[in-house]
Design a protein around this ligand. Structure first.
Ligand code: ADP
Ligand code: ZN
Ligand code: ZN
Length: 709
């Protein structure tokens, strides 16, 4: 009987924590089971057993585990391995991965023995199943799951999956789709990962459906990753029509209880065979994963920005699949340069689908030269006469319009007409955005809000000038111009709850609204029937982002939103308004020439040693005082330069250099792909520990962003 357990705790400290196993508990201890342990002076924590052993720790006082919460493990060995890989690769603690992975409810101590449970913690963990309300342990006992039996079954045919009834309802594929499907299979003979570069509305989803059906037939599970919650409802409907209740959905707009229920079901004898979810679904248990589909693989949302683990779910999914000997399909109309490069190198297979389903032409894109219109005084607000004319025609024909503006709120900033005063966030280095509906000015970084001032606090002037147009203003103006049209808006402000965004999408899909105004949310892979006109109000806000990926992203966003037009019968029309009409990138959007964009951008990336030619690691430092942040940044840079030389760039300030009253400094590491990462990681973690141990920096934060997006 082992006497000690190494425990993962949801804290940002590196490593595992050793506890002793009291005699009355050791028969029940399993790797992957949750435990309650004392942590800190008075507190308890819920942790997870990572290892059982008999090595008595020396030199430290070992506390005892208070309780074991599960009769059977809730985390499989393969998951633990993956978590460790994520922690190593993304330079964070496995505790942070644990924290991100497990649904909130499952991380809370739910035992009556616990001394001081968190105040918001319920007395037990109820997981409602039909009429009964059962505790986690009972459910686990009931399902009789053990990790070995699951692994033993992986890959084989299983009688438990029931008779297939969906065979008849599979869509029949067009010849082009059939060819693509066959090519994907051929590529999978050589490569575990295949990139499907299929234009918008080519019917990629239909191909996915066929691949899913094949995986299920072989008794394997499918993970279908989407970049955004907005997309799950439309897709879920389409998939449910074919696969019914063999499909489970997993994302953060579901409650904790719902997510815990999906997790537990995946451990049972009757797991969902298909999981549709956003990035956190890579943390779910999969006993026999056979296929991973990453839809819209180019999307930045696959990368978690904050907090740690700052992981890329697409890349984690690829790793997970390779361990499970599963196949991966990355699908998109606008591949990320990274994936396309991998395909070019022969690391991934590549399949193209270059025509839309049903012989519909790709939309015609017209450039609207804003500079010329301004010079000739033909434009005052955000709408060109060309755009208004096309909109009028569409509305007269009972067709729909999408207007894309990459800024939310009413006016991105306001300014005193007389003295130039601009209201700024007191906690961050940004100006406040005016929101008319709520009558407030808001910081988009920390959420600070204040009333819209009636007059300038500097000079008492009452004329405050509004600059720029956010989606709220666009919505209002367009309602004045087209009083009969029904206008809806989709941005972060109107989609706070799951119900509201589903309503917006439903209303637009069913034709109850005519015009949809929105931020990048409307560029995503939504499928609407009657959209004939798309207006891109300003390409320039995207192009001018201070980021080496700005052009790649602009191309993706513009091509994607253009792709919402004319998806049935008639060719759609896109108006692309820009001050920089002669920019090659704009021409590439017009001609739909991905290759040209790729070639041009790759030349730049190579010249300036950016990904995919070099690997990037950002090191962020934060402190309440600017001078301390500067000193810390200088010292860290000095130490790293001594070891890595020219590979270290900075320190500099990120575009927003103060957020929530913390000053931010950044150092960039550019690493050649051949450089072994193990040593680099060791040095980085060591340097961080040493610097934070210094008294001057004890209240500073240092964290890493590996492969930043
Ligand atoms: P993509 O994901 O490539 O943008 P979709 O899969 O959304 O394209 O397909 C576009 C539209 O064409 C959808 O409404 C879809 O139902 C329809 N479609 C595509 N392929 C088929 C098919 N083989 N049979 C019937 N309808 C199809
Ligand atoms: Zn003023
Ligand atoms: Zn702020």
């Amino acid at each position: 009987m082992p006497h000690f357990a190494d425990i993962i705790l949801p804290v940002p400290l590196q490593g595992l924590f050793t506890y002793s196993l009291p005699a009355d508990l050791d028969g029940r201890a399993r790797v992957g089971s949750r435990v309650v342990v004392p942590f800190g002076t008075k507190k308890t924590q819920t942790g997870l057993i990572a290892r059982l052993h008999d090595n008595t720790p020396t030199g430290i006082e070992v506390k005892a585990i208070l309780e074991i919460m599960d009769e059977q493990p809730v985390v499989l060995p393969a998951q633990l391995n993956l978590w460790q890989w994520i922690a190593d690769y993304y330079l964070c603690s496995i505790g942070e991965v644990f924290k991100a992975a497990l649904p909130g409810k499952m991380k809370r101590a739910d035992s009556p023995h616990v001394d001081s449970p968190p105040v918001d913690s319920p007395p037990a963990l109820p997981v409602r199943e039909g009429a009964e309300c059962i505790r986690l342990d009972e459910r686990m006992q009931h399902s009789k799951v053990t990790a070995p039996s699951l692994t033993g079954r992986a890959g084989g045919e299983s009688g438990a999956w029931g008779e297939s009834t969906w065979g008849e309802s599979l869509p029949s594929l067009s010849p082009a789709q059939q060819t693509a499907l066959a090519s994907i299979h051929a590529e999978w003979q050589q490569h575990a990962v295949c990139l499907l570069h299929g234009v918008t509305s080519s019917g990629k989803t239909e191909i996915y459906i066929h691949l899913i059906a094949e995986a299920l037939k072989q008794g394997r599970q499918v993970l279908y990753l989407l970049p955004e919650i907005v997309l799950t409802s439309q897709l879920t409907e389409r998939l449910q029509a074919v696969f019914g209740d063999r499909l489970g959905v997993y994302h953060s707009k579901f409650t904790d209880v719902q997510r815990a229920r999906v997790w537990l079901r995946q451990l049972s004898d009757t797991p969902y065979e298909i999981i549709v979810g956003v990035r956190s679904s890579v943390f779910l248990p999969f006993a026999k994963l056979g296929l991973v589909i990453v839809d819209e693989e180019h999307e930045v949302n696959f990368k978690q920005q904050d907090p740690a683990p700052r992981y890329n779910a697409r890349n984690v999914a690829i790793l997970m699949a390779s361990r499970a000997k599963a196949r991966v399909l990355l699908g998109t109309a606008t591949p990320s340069l990274d994936s396309y490069y991998n395909a070019r190198l022969g690391k991934y297979g590549l399949v193209r689908l270059s025509q839309r389903y049903g012989q519909v032409q790709l939309p015609e894109v017209e450039i609207v030269d804003l500079q010329e219109l301004r010079r000739k005084r033909l434009i005052h607000g955000p709408f060109s006469p060309q755009l208004l004319e096309k909109m009028r025609q569409a509305l007269d024909a009972h067709e729909q319009v999408i207007l894309f503006q990459n800024r939310r709120g009413y006016a991105p900033h306001i300014e005193c007409h007389v003295c130039g005063w601009v209201p700024r966030c007191p906690h961050c280095d940004v100006s406040l955005t005016m929101h008319a509906r709520s009558g407030r000015m808001t910081c988009h970084y920390c959420g600070f809000t204040t009333e819209i001032p009636a007059r300038c606090p500097n000079c008492e002037n009452t004329e405050l000038k509004q600059h720029g147009f956010g989606t709220e203003r666009i919505e209002e103006d367009i309602a004045h111009i087209f009083p009969k049209a029904r206008v809806a808006r989709m941005d972060l402000d109107t989609t706070r709850s799951r119900a509201t965004y589903e309503q917006i999408i439903h209303d637009f899909a069913s034709g109850e609204t005519d015009i949809l105004v929105g931020t990048q949310m409307v560029t995503k892979g939504l499928d609407f029937e009657r959209v004939s006109v798309v207006g891109i109000l300003s390409a320039d806000t995207m192009l001018n982002q201070p980021d080496f990926r700005a052009y790649e992203r602009s191309f993706q966003m513009m091509s994607q939103v253009a792709g919402r037009a004319g998806r049935r019968q008639r060719q759609g029309y896109v108006l692309l308004q820009t001050m920089e009409s002669s920019l090659p990138l704009i021409q590439h959007v017009v001609s739909g020439d991905y290759e040209a964009m790729y070639t041009e951008q790759m030349t730049e990336r190579r010249r300036y040693a950016y990904p995919p030619f070099f690997r990037l690691i950002f090191i962020y430092m934060k402190h309440r005082r600017a001078d301390t942040a500067d000193h810390l940044a200088a010292e860290l840079t000095g130490r790293l330069k001594a070891l890595f030389g020219q590979r270290v760039l900075g320190p500099d300030e990120p575009p927003v250099a103060r957020v929530q009253s913390l000053f931010i400094r950044r150092v960039m590491l550019k690493l050649e792909p051949a450089l072994p990462l193990g040593k680099v990681r060791e040095v980085l973690l060591q340097t961080k520990t040493e610097l934070l141990a210094a008294k001057a920096y004890s209240s500073a934060q240092i964290y890493f962003d590996v492969d930043p997006l």
